[in-house]
Write a protein that binds this ligand. Structure first.
Ligand SMILES: NC(=O)c1ccc[n+]([C@@H]2O[C@H](COP(=O)([O-])OP(=O)(O)OC[C@H]3O[C@@H](n4cnc5c(N)ncnc54)[C@H](O)[C@@H]3O)[C@@H](O)[C@H]2O)c1
Length: 422
């Protein structure tokens, strides 16, 4: 019998299951995707994350980690399944409900159930707790129930899983203390115990804080472009104030967290979330604004090719989900442009209807303009010649203030930078 059963073996669940296994727990990893289960049972993963392949292999070799498509009896259940929003920004809790129903069939009195998925306030008790109650297991009486959010930074997940401070929100204090014992086996960060509602709210506040502050930086960038100011310099100067820390502007936000989680607040509390909704709108309209700016140069003929560099939503990671590149690709296609997307880290495939390739030359070939969207290290040193040799046009938009502008200009490019006047 497993000691810990982890449901959802993605960017959060797989590292968690592996770390628990290498800490000595007997772990059953559960995923509805049979390919993920098959991979894990041969000690492998398709996810690209620093150190993850080695960790998964070590966990597999230890004999402490096996995978299956269905949960089995266990002492502790940890739910790490996706919690996306629907296209109209509604909350989609189907995976959490399915995972809770799957474990409700095998949970026994005295077990601990932990929800780690980022969720609207009240999900732990009103969704997971309710499903357990329907199976005759009252949270706080028959089973322990907790919400424990994850704060990992993609690209540094394993180190952060171990070292970050943790919030453990118990439906009861006893539940929180029980969960603390599990995390204490691998976590080296400080632990704060609270209730499930506060833990859920604080996780959503963290990502909403990021979204609103990025929208603020993007608003400053828009103002700077009209005011004839270099926003990057202005931000650097403003941040010399001891109590000011303005974030960097950019092409929008991506991933499964920052563009998603504020909607959980907006959906549930429409009266108090005008600011949050506006921030979402600012970040989500950056792509259209960038296209407007390119079009205004007159150097982007109708139907011409646009090369987008950086499909991942963050520097040096392989995850293109909900990324500004995908949003911009859709927006450019809708305007009749041909689009080619490159990323040195993302597995070449079609993502959300957009093909992403790993050949820079093929992406730039015959393009009228190129847009830098992600500040991957690999793009930093690219010379103007690399662009000039492949592209037809001489127009570049750098949304991260990241490229070698002097070299590009030497090669004859018109260089636009987000947050800087033309
Ligand atoms: N990725 C991050 O950096 C990060 C950070 C903090 C919090 N989170 C949150 O953690 C949760 C999981 O995110 P992720 O990035 O690991 O997602 P993911 O998409 O990488 O992985 C989720 C996995 O769950 C599986 N799954 C779906 N429904 C299932 C079910 N009913 N039972 C078992 N498995 C199921 C999927 O097949 C997939 O393999 C989300 O709520 C997310 O917001 C993610």
């Amino acid at each position: 019998m497993a000691e810990v059963c982890v449901l959802g073996l993605g960017y959060v669940g797989l590292p968690t299951a592996s770390v628990l296994a290498t800490a000595g727990f007997q772990v059953l990893g559960v995923d509805v995707n049979p390919k993920v289960v098959e991979q894990l049972n041969s000690g492998k993963t398709l996810l690209k994350e620093t150190g993850l392949a080695t960790l998964v292999s070590a966990a597999h070799k230890s004999g402490n980690l096996v995978a299956a498509v269905k949960p089995e009896a266990s002492d502790t259940f940890i739910i790490c399944v996706p919690t996306p929003v629907t296209p109209d920004h509604g909350v989609d809790l189907r995976a959490v409900e399915a995972a809770a129903r799957a474990i409700a069939a095998v949970v026994k009195p005295g077990n601990l159930v932990i929800l780690e998925s980022t969720s609207p306030v009240g999900t732990t008790r009103n969704v997971v707790g309710r499903i357990l109650s329907e199976h005759g297991l009252a949270p706080g009486q028959d089973v322990h129930l907790c919400y424990c959010p994850e704060r990992v930074l993609p690209g540094n997940t394993i180190a952060e899983l171990i070292n970050n401070d943790r919030i453990i929100g118990g439906f009861t204090r006893e539940s929180a203390e029980h969960a603390q014992e599990i995390y204490a086996r691998f976590s080296q960060g400080n632990v704060a115990l609270t209730d499930d509602l506060t833990a859920e709210m604080s996780k959503l506040m963290e990502n909403t804080f990021r979204d609103v502050n990025i929208a603020l930086a993007n608003s400053f960038a828009r103002i700077a472009e009209d005011a004839g100011v270099n926003v990057w310099e202005a931000i650097q100067l403003a941040n010399r104030h001891p109590r000011v820390q303005i974030l960097s502007p950019g092409p929008g936000v991506g991933g499964h967290c920052i563009p998603v989680d504020p909607w959980f607040f907006v959906q549930a509390f429409p009266k108090h979330t005008e600011l949050l909704k506006k921030a979402r709108e600012v970040n989500d309209t950056q792509a259209e604004r960038m296209l407007d700016r390119l079009a205004a140069t007159g150097d982007l003929p109708a139907g011409s090719k646009l090369a987008l560099l950086g499909a991942a939503y963050k520097a040096n990671i392989d995850d293109p989900r909900e990324s500004p590149a995908l949003r911009m690709a859709h927006a450019a296609t809708a305007r009749g442009f041909r689009v080619s997307v490159h990323d040195p880290h993302v597995e070449p495939a079609t993502w959300e209807g957009v093909p992403i390739g790993a050949e820079l030359g093929a992406c730039l070939k015959d393009a009228a303009a190129a847009v830098l969207l992600t500040e991957h290290t690999a793009y930093r040193a690219l010379s103007g010649r690399v662009f000039a040799e492949a592209m037809q046009g001489r127009l570049i938009l750098d949304t991260r203030n990241w490229l070698n502008h002097a070299s590009l200009r030497l090669s004859g490019f018109k260089v636009l930078v987000l947050g800087r006047p033309a």
